[in-house]
Write a new protein. Structure first.
Length: 124
């Protein structure tokens, strides 16, 4: 009984597949609609298999391999930092850059205009 209870806890060996198998998710859509990032010479959008790059001269798909929706990987990293003392790969500057990006996406949608980013940093 104790072994079964331990297996149910995070880090106990059992992974949930609810996120990847939940109904209503269509390939390449997030938050109920398509996500498109526009750049000077093309757009990038999500697809069921990864990313589609619509460039000035060509369209190509970049297949992204990996299980789950990314949530499990973030939880694994956090768990390893707490339980095993491993360092986190991202610091406060990276967190600030992420927050700036999320706020800019919302502002850009509201204004229907480009929003400049000032606090971006590379991922460690």
């Amino acid at each position: 009984e104790n072994a079964a209870a331990a297996a149910e806890r995070y880090g106990g060996g059992r992974r949930s597949t609810q996120a990847s198998n939940s109904p209503g998710q269509s390939g390449g859509w997030i938050l109920g609609g398509p996500l498109v990032a526009s750049f000077d010479h093309g757009d990038v959008r999500l697809s069921a298999n990864g990313l589609v790059v619509d460039g000035d001269r060509e369209q190509r798909e970049i297949t992204l391999d990996g299980a789950g929706d990314g949530r499990d990987a973030r939880l694994d990293t956090f768990y390893q930092a707490v339980a095993e003392g491993r360092p986190l790969p991202a610091d406060g500057r990276w967190g600030k850059a992420t927050q700036e990006l999320l706020v800019a996406v919302e502002r850009s949608a509201e204004k229907r205009a480009e929003v400049r980013l000032e606090h971006q940093t590379s991922y460690p």
